[in-house]
Design a protein around this ligand. Sequence first.
Ligand code: FA5
Length: 348
Amino acid sequence: MDLADALSRLDVELTRAQAEVPQAADLDGLAGCERTLLGRRAVVTDVHEQIKTFPPVDRPALGKAVGAFKQVVTALVEQRRTELADVERTLRLTRDAVDLTLPPRGRPRGHLHLVTQVQQELEDVFVGLGFRVAEGPEVETDFYNFEALNMPQAHPARSMWDTLYVKLGQPEEVLLRTHTSPVQIRVMQDQRPPIATVMPGRCYRRDTLDARHSPVFHQIEGLVVDRGITFGDLAGTIEAFTRAYFGDGRTARLRPSFFPFTEPSAEFEVTCFMCAGSGCGVCSRTGWLELGGCGMVDPNVFAAVGYDPEEYSGFAFGFGLERMAMTRYGVDHIKAFWDNDLRFLEQF
Ligand code: FA5
């Protein structure tokens, strides 16, 4: 074997290595390839051992060729080894994976209380009619709850509201508001006409619990003030509201009434959901359910907030939210709203 033969053998071997090593199917196959190309019986080992038989002038070139062969083949083998190790690792991970996922245990989600839903829906109806929404405090002073609403001290009409007083300030000066009407005064103090605002909120009275009365309940107050507002505007607004909220199946009526802060005053009633107007226990045999009071703002109320009653007129109303909900959904006792019985609440 001369130098040319030896180099040619290494060349053939290198071509084989470049073809076979990248094709090795697994780590065992690759080890076999490595043995054949670089092991004890490999061509390169044979050439290496025979270097000493070559003329001294050929030995450096042959030694270099052997070294280069080993370097290239070792690099090829290492590259394939890394690739195969990656593949095997991925396979092992997939094969050995343990699924620890547990079946989902859903958390029960609550929803808004029916009275809150009714409140929000009414706000939407009135916002649709051009009203704004405002709120006021539940703990009020005598001034806002009574005096500014045309009920001076010792006015007999105060007895219309059985009041719960708070031990603060002078005796009977601070109270839990008996209606949302005091918010009217606060709104009028804060801004000038034109006003079109609804004011929802919680109210308190020393009322005995029965099917339609609870010591704690909610009202939504409405107030419209501008030049030239008439009772016709009030009746039209109530009609538009009744149709928007109850649909066409319910009849509403306004019945003359009395409130110290409105003149004239009326009560707003709709046909009873239980008996459809024929009279039953829920409606006290009248066939009608009273939802609220309304009327034209009394000039004395305007005077209390510094509005000129000659320039402005307005109307106000106050509806009970629980009564609205009872009428709309056929709830026959107001207590259901406060019992927190999920069997009841989950229906809405
Ligand atoms: C008032 O409270 C007046 N402020 C309403 C008003 C506002 C009139 C503006 C004129 C102008 P009344 O006491 O009638 O009015 O109550 C109004 C509504 O609140 C009642 O029709 C009823 O729907 C509801 N309501 C009153 N008391 C209770 C109670 N104890 N439990 C549940 N709802 C009640």
